[in-house]
Design a protein around this ligand. Structure first.
Ligand SMILES: [Zn+2]
Length: 602
């Protein structure tokens, strides 16, 4: 084997979770945060003018602390993901959270100090060569500072958050860990499934009958504990709404939009495009149902795999997957290919299929050493190759920004999902093209269409639910029955009343509603997916696309998303045209799926 299935974490901090280097780093950060707080207390704009040496030092220090917290954070997350039973992780995580809270307090203070700097001083500051590259970020900080309360209150909110919003979020994990779903295995023997096992089978089991029987058992298990989940969701949202209200707003989308540097007009346009363009996906779902021998698909069939006779998928070894990704990345961008190769060679990836690993996949970057780590479980399916390409897309994004000041690397979730989806699209397309039979092509197209199905239907339902839930929560505590009804209606609306069954308890089973930061963990995915489709459409027409793409990625924390699209793609995101170009690509895949399956259904 050429490439290792296990990552190297020792190059980040040697010696595992009890690494003396890590302990030293955390101690050093603690001192640095205190020093910065002190520096900030003593800073005075007037006496620092006109060269502002103290302020430059202060900003440097802030970015150094940020990078240090990131470096420690990726390591602790990595150790925990690779070994969920490691008892050393939680205490280190708690230490890190504590430091992050202290750093947040200081950065909150800094934002308020910036507000007190008169406009003419502030303009002079931003024009300094040392600060000019982060002018946008400093302006953003100053604007945020205008909405902050006094230091003491902000610090109190941050501290209460540890036992409030953040605590409810982790309480959710504890509740989910107690879930036991009585069911049977494929041979009919009784088994007890964990939430994760049941979820995997509900969406991924190849047997439609097994999935159909599992859905009611799944719903019942969440129903049995629905009051506990309703309490958790109500209090998490209640904390958040109180926090917003304290900062003078009842608009619960204001903060999520601001975090994503996105305007409400753009988000409205996206949802309008999705609402106007989902019929072809419903037709595809009907076809999929027909292939499964049904009139309408049930909730449990939406993301189900299709295994037609003769559709045996190509099985990849890890080395083959690496070669495949490097080759197809290279057709778009030699620099993307080089980064992927570097990641494989330098053991940035943990891919082994073994017990004791966390589910899912992620990429995080290590800001101090300019590298990344990718976590996933690789079983050799084409889908796994796409996932790997997705995470490597994230890593590419980080790598092209690694030389920028830390503040300039702080891109939001919506654009974060752009580079990843882009990487995934390249490889998913290549997979379809490499298929040797029609049956294999159908299987792969079906897997590729999971993304648009999720974005246009499932995530739209989640967004409709979440906005309506927050509206209601502003008035009262929302009962489990109301939550079920809100969710059921949102699903029916998003899926055009076209399914034979739904999942009204998705509000309890879906982790994303319980993430404390960021809020509204749904629309940035849809944005990132459609944005990358639009870029992909453009890349297929444009000659020298690599430089343009890299220039766009490097600006992702340097302007609003609308400005980013205008500057690098020449498009207006508040208008439907750009988004429709991406929709066209999905329609092409659906048309191909329909053509290939025409003769298989009567
Ligand atoms: Zn991603």
């Amino acid at each position: 084997m050429k490439y290792s299935l296990n990552w190297d974490l020792d190059s980040l901090f040697a010696g595992g979770i009890n690494s003396p280097q890590l302990a030293a780093k955390l101690a050093q950060l603690k001192t640095a945060i205190a020093t910065l707080a002190d520096l900030l207390d003593r800073w005075d704009a007037a006496s620092d003018a006109p060269q502002y040496p103290q302020f430059v030092k202060l900003i440097d220090q802030l970015q150094t602390i940020d990078a240090g917290l990131g470096q420690a954070g990726i390591f602790i997350t990595a150790v925990g993901s690779a070994d969920v039973n490691n008892p050393g992780v939680a205490p280190m995580e708690a230490q890190l959270r504590d430091l992050e809270t202290q750093a947040d307090n200081v950065s909150g203070k800094l934002k308020k100090v910036l507000v007190q700097v008169p406009d003419n001083y502030f303009s002079a500051l931003l024009a300094l060569p040392a600060l000019q590259p982060i002018a946008f970020n400093l302006r953003e900080m100053r604007d945020a500072g205008k909405e902050l309360l006094d230091d003491k209150t902000e610090a109190l909110i941050n501290r209460l958050n540890l036992d409030g919003k953040a605590a409810w979020s982790s309480h959710y994990d504890s509740l989910v860990a107690t879930m036991q779903i009585p069911f049977h295995d494929e041979d009919g023997h009784p088994v007890t499934l964990s939430a994760g096992q049941a979820d995997n089978n509900l969406l991924g089991n190849a047997d439609p009958q097994y999935r159909a029987e599992l859905l009611p058992a799944w719903e019942q298990a969440w129903a049995d504990k629905e009051q506990l989940f309703a309490d958790t969701l109500n209090h998490l949202a209640g904390f958040r709404l109180t926090e917003y209200a304290a900062h003078g707003t009842t608009d619960f989308l204001k903060e999520p939009l601001k975090e994503n540097r996105l305007s409400a007009a753009t988000l409205d346009t996206i949802w309008q495009v999705v609402a106007d363009n989902h019929q072809f996906l419903l037709d595809y779902l009907d076809r999929k149902a027909a292939l499964l021998g049904k009139k309408h698909a049930g909730w449990q069939d939406v993301e189900a795999p299709l295994h037609l006779p003769g559709s045996d998928e190509h099985h990849f070894t890890f080395d083959e997957a690496a070669a495949f990704i490097i080759q197809h990345y290279g057709e778009f961008s030699p620099k993307m290919a080089a980064l992927a190769q570097h990641a494989f060679e330098h053991r940035w990836i943990e891919a082994e299929d073994r017990a004791g690993k966390a589910p899912g996949g992620w990429m995080e970057s290590a800001p101090e050493t300019h590298e990344s780590r990718i976590f996933m479980t690789f079983t050799g399916s084409p889908n796994d190759v796409s996932t790997l390409a997705h995470e490597l897309g994230h890593a590419f994004h980080s790598s092209v920004m690694a030389d920028l000041p830390n503040l300039r690397q702080d891109y939001a979730m919506n654009v974060a999902e752009t580079a990843s989806t882009f990487g995934e699209l390249i490889v998913a397309d290549a997979n379809v093209q490499a298929a040797k039979t029609d049956a294999e092509k159908i299987t792969l197209l079906n897997a590729k269409l999971d993304n648009p199905l999720a974005m246009f239907l499932n995530i739209r339902a989640r967004f409709l639910f979440e906005t309506r839930f927050y509206q209601l929560r502003q008035k009262k505590l929302v009962t489990p029955a109301e939550l079920n009804e809100l969710m059921l209606n949102a699903q029916k609306e998003a899926f055009g009343h076209n399914l034979s069954s739904y999942s009204p308890h998705l509000w309890a089973s879906k982790l994303h509603f319980y993430i404390d930061e960021p809020a509204f963990y749904n629309f940035p995915y849809v944005f990132g997916y459609l944005f990358s489709l639009g870029i992909y459409a453009k890349a297929q027409q444009t000659g020298n696309f690599e430089d343009q793409y890299i220039a766009l990625l490097r600006d992702t924390a340097n302007m609003s998303t609308e400005e980013l699209a205008q500057k690098h793609l020449g498009v207006d995101l508040t208008q439907p045209d750009f988004w429709l170009a991406g929709v066209k690509l999905i329609k092409r895949d659906v048309a191909e799926f329909m053509r290939l399956t025409d003769s298989l259904v009567k």
